[in-house]
Design a protein around this ligand. Structure first.
Ligand code: FES
Length: 155
């Protein structure tokens, strides 16, 4: 994490004195972009840098599902399971992906290519069911569209 300190310093200059604890979210985001997940050592170093109690960073990590505590696959597929998506076939989409990838939600394929997760509302209810792949939305996902997506990701 230490090589990110110059970036964190630049962010810090935009925060009024006394509000440094607000840096936790953007710093964690940048750490995750850099490493792919937030390691224990990152938490310790960030708690020292800001400074905030370590538990405050742990709470943020526990609350926001977009932060990861362990490495995941090259492609992170998140299937929304909230109401609109459920009503439009999210369970079927999830089952389809489980069968195709041979994994359950929370698992990564043996080749490290795919991690499958479920998610709460992804904020695109009008185009349900929705699957996120890394930072990209894939909407109105039918089994055929999921197959085409997987084929694309295998390239
Ligand atoms: S319920 Fe799935 S995007 Fe809102």
């Amino acid at each position: 994490m230490k090589h990110l300190i110059p970036e964190f310093d630049a962010m810090r200059r935009r925060y009024p004195p006394g509000t440094e604890s607000s840096l936790v979210l953007p710093c964690l985001r940048r750490i995750q972009e850099d490493r792919g997940f937030v390691a224990d050592s990152d938490i310790a170093e960030l708690a020292e840098y800001i400074p905030v109690p370590r538990i405050q960073i742990e709470e943020v990590l526990a609350h926001y599902t977009q932060y990861r505590r362990a490495p995941i696959g090259r492609w992170h597929l998140q299937v929304c399971r909230n109401l609109s998506c459920s009503m439009r076939g999210a369970e079927g989409a999830l089952g389809h992906l489980c069968r195709k990838l041979g994994i359950e939600p929370g698992e990564t394929t043996a080749d490290g290519r795919f991690t499958l997760s479920t998610a709460e509302c992804l904020g695109s209810c009008g185009t349900a069911p929705v699957v996120m792949v890394n930072d990209a939305y894939h909407e109105n996902m039918s089994p055929a569209r999921l197959d085409a997506l997987l084929q694309e990701l295998h390239k």
